[in-house]
Design a protein around this ligand. Structure first.
Ligand code: ZN
Length: 283
C-alpha cells in the first residue's frame, strides 16, 4: 500500500525501532525491495536519489514503477525522493506521486535551508506528502579518515530548525558517511541521545551502509527512526552474482544472474530489518 512516511516514522520513534529506507536504481532492485517487505509484513521506504536519475531510471520511471509495485502489496510502502537538490525537483516529485520528499539544502546557510524547506513543505503538505530535511552535513565515506566533509549536527540548530519549519523528519550528522568507508565510523551516541530528547521530529540516519550492525542497532533503538541504505544493496547484489558456482555463472544465463542479484539484495533487506528491529505498523 502506498502511503506517506508520517505514521510509519512516528511509530518507529515511539517504538524505538527504525524503518529501512532502501534505495533502488532500477525495476529489479525496486521490485526485490517491495516483495521482501511484503513477505516480511513490514513497512518500507523505497528511495530514489536525484543523483541516480538517468543511469537506469528517470524520475518519471521511478514514480510510475514505484507507485505500481507499492499498490500491489498490503504492507505500507513509502515512495521517497532521496537527496532532492532543488525546491523545483521536490515539487516535481510530489506532482509525479512520490509520497515523501527530501530536500537536501544542508550545504546552504541555516537561514537559506529553513527558507527552502518551508517552500517545499508549503507545496507538499496540502498534497499529503511528507518532507525530510538535513541539518549538519553527512559527507562521503571515501573521505572519512582524513579530509572529512562531515559537519556534525548541533542539538540547538536541529531543535530550532524543526521548530521554525515544522518539517516531518530530520536527517542528522552524527558520524556516519555516504558509501563505503575508508576507516571505521565513530558514531557520537551522546549527540544522538541529546538530539532524540530535544528534537520534536523523527530523526533520519544517512550513510547506513557498512556502518556496522552493532552501531546501526544502537542507532535504531536509541533514537533514529529511518536508516538509509544504498551501497550495501549494490555490493550484496553484485557479490551474490560473483559467488555463483562457476558452472552456473555462464554469461548467457541472464536469469541466473538476475535471480542471484535479487536474492543478494533480499537477504540484505532481511538483515536490515533484523538489525533495525523493525516492527509492523498499522495505518
Ligand atoms: Zn544520504
Amino acid at each position: 500500500m502506498l502511503t506517506s512516511s508520517k505514521k510509519i516514522l512516528e511509530a518507529a520513534r515511539a517504538g524505538h525501532f527504525a524503518v529501512p529506507s532502501a534505495n533502488f536504481v532500477d525495476a529489479a532492485s525496486l521490485k526485490s525491495h517491495v516483495l521482501t517487505a511484503e513477505a516480511m509484513g513490514l513497512p518500507l521506504i523505497i528511495g530514489l536519489a536525484e543523483s541516480h536519475f538517468g543511469r537506469f531510471f528517470s524520475i518519471e520511471e521511478g514514480a510510475w514503477f514505484g507507485k505500481f509495485y507499492a499498490e500491489q502489496v498490503k504492507t505500507p510502502i513509502v515512495l521517497h525522493l532521496d537527496h532532492g537538490e532543488s525546491v523545483e525537483m521536490t515539487k516535481k516529485a510530489v506532482d509525479l506521486g512520490f509520497t515523501s520528499v527530501m530536500l537536501d539544502a544542508s550545504m546552504e546557510s541555516f537561514d537559506v535551508n529553513i527558507e527552502m524547506t518551508k517552500r517545499v513543505i508549503d507545496y507538499a503538505r496540502p498534497r499529503g506528502v511528507t518532507v525530510e530535511a538535513e541539518i549538519g552535513h553527512v559527507g562521503t565515506g571515501a573521505k572519512y579518515d582524513n579530509d572529512s566533509d562531515n559537519i556534525y549536527t548541533t542539538v540547538e540548530e536541529a531543535a530550532k530548525f524543526v521548530e521554525l519549519t515544522g518539517v516531518d523528519s530530520l536527517a542528522v550528522s552524527i558520524g556516519t558517511a555516504h558509501g563505503l568507508y575508508k576507516g571505521t565510523p565513530k558514531i557520537n551516541f551522546d549527540r544522538l541521545h541529546e538530539l532524540a530528547a530535544e528534537v520534536k521530529a523523527p530523526l533520519v540516519l544517512h550513510g547506513g551502509s557498512s556502518s556496522g550492525d552493532r552501531n546501526l542497532n544502537r542507532c535504531a533503538t536509541e533514537g533514529i527512526a529511518k536508516i538509509n541504505i544504498y551501497s550495501d544493496f549494490m555490493v550484496q547484489g553484485a557479490k551474490a552474482v560473483y559467488d555463483l558456482p562457476k558452472q552456473e555463472a555462464v554469461v548467457e544465463d541472464y536469469y541466473t544472474i538476475k535471480d542471484a542479484a535479487n536474492k543478494g539484495m533480499a537477504d540484505m533487506l532481511r538483515h536490515c530489518y533484523a538489525v533495525f528491529e523493525t516492527k509492523a505498523v498499522t495505518l
